[in-house]
Ligand binder design. Structure first.
Ligand SMILES: Cc1cc2nc3c(=O)[nH]c(=O)nc-3n(C[C@H](O)[C@H](O)[C@H](O)COP(=O)(O)OP(=O)(O)OC[C@H]3O[C@@H](n4cnc5c(N)ncnc54)[C@H](O)[C@@H]3O)c2cc1C
Length: 273
């Protein structure tokens, strides 16, 4: 099987080529897509690349953070202003994978992958597309519900920096340390104002076909205190809306069983990375 590689200087041209060819896939870092090519996946006929510097754009010094889709996990780890995301980037594979794995590719990584995307979901990120004729941006929840039908090129993601360094927390549960695949991952953004939780976000990786928000648990945290009594109703609702699968890493039953245990630890600050 022949695979054609097309390289474009401008993202808009790459977006046009991607949208017009059903067998085309955009190349991020290639950690997943090159595996598909090497396995002769017949659905991949054309690889689209772009050398547009916009893909590597990273701006993190203000309240709004923007990450080009081509920013790698290693680049996130090298940026001090993104310290709150270092535990997330470090959780993606080993060093060689992190050198190549991109933010954009992680948005499309099948479960149980998608640890970085779970964090973006807890940060209420916006997914921004390049060129094409469709919608230019989508909130990440909506993007994930339509992901499998996506033929658009993601150019970047953007989100507001957490209000305090303590508000955002992430934990990945894995059987193989330090770089195993997720049994599940949990990202929370829990702003506290006048001693009460306001606008909490909780997202899980590996608890469904894509990373998912725990909306019942979020609602249960609203106006509560961030202590054992305050988080108890959220723990009771922790698995609502999730649909984990049985796979080689863990059973769906086990994922549901351990979820509230780890959510409690993350919310109470007893677990990190
Ligand atoms: C050994 C190993 C360990 C791994 N461990 C983890 C892990 O612990 N956690 C985890 O989350 N993932 C893990 N992964 C999966 C993967 O490496 C990451 O999810 C990574 O972020 C994917 O990014 P990529 O740039 O390599 O994607 P690619 O392989 O380049 O692309 C993946 C998919 O996304 C599409 N795509 C990429 N960029 C764009 C874009 N800008 N616009 C539109 N479509 C795009 C591609 O067309 C393709 O369909 C692992 C992979 C391997 C091989």
């Amino acid at each position: 099987m022949t695979v054609t590689v097309k390289t474009f200087e401008r993202l808009t041209d790459a977006a046009g080529a991607l949208a017009s060819d059903r067998g085309a896939r955009f190349l991020g870092g290639g950690t997943l897509i090159m595996r598909a090519v090497n396995e002769a996946d017949p659905s991949v006929g054309t690889i689209i690349r772009s050398t547009d510097p916009a893909l590597q754009h990273l701006s993190a010094s203000s309240g709004r953070v923007e990450l080009g889709a081509g920013v790698t996990m290693a680049a996130v780890l090298a940026e001090r202003e993104l310290a709150f995301l270092h535990s997330v980037a470090r959780a993606v594979g080993g060093p060689a994978v992190r050198e190549a794995a991109t933010v954009g590719g992680n948005l499309f990584a099948p479960s149980p992958y998608g640890d970085f995307t779970a964090a973006l979901l807890a940060l209420d990120a916006t997914v921004i597309f390049a060129g094409g004729f469709g919608q230019r941006e989508l909130v990440i929840d909506e993007f994930l519900t339509r992901r499998d039908r996506n033929t658009s090129l993601v150019s970047s993601v953007a989100f507001r920096r957490p209000t305090s360094t303590d508000a955002f927390r992430f934990h990945k549960v894995t059987r193989v340390h330090p770089k195993g695949i997720s049994v599940l991952s949990i990202a929370v953004n829990v702003p506290v104002a006048s001693g009460r939780i306001a606008g909490a976000r909780i997202a899980y990786g590996a608890m469904g076909q894509t990373p998912v928000r725990a909306k019942s648990a979020e609602r249960a945290l609203e106006g509560r205190t961030l202590d054992a009594a305050g988080v108890a109703p959220a723990l009771a609702a922790a698995a609502d809306g999730t649909s984990p699968v049985d796979d080689a890493i863990a059973s769906a039953w086990w994922r549901r069983e351990i979820l509230p245990v780890y959510l409690r630890r993350v919310l109470l600050g007893a677990a990190s990375a």
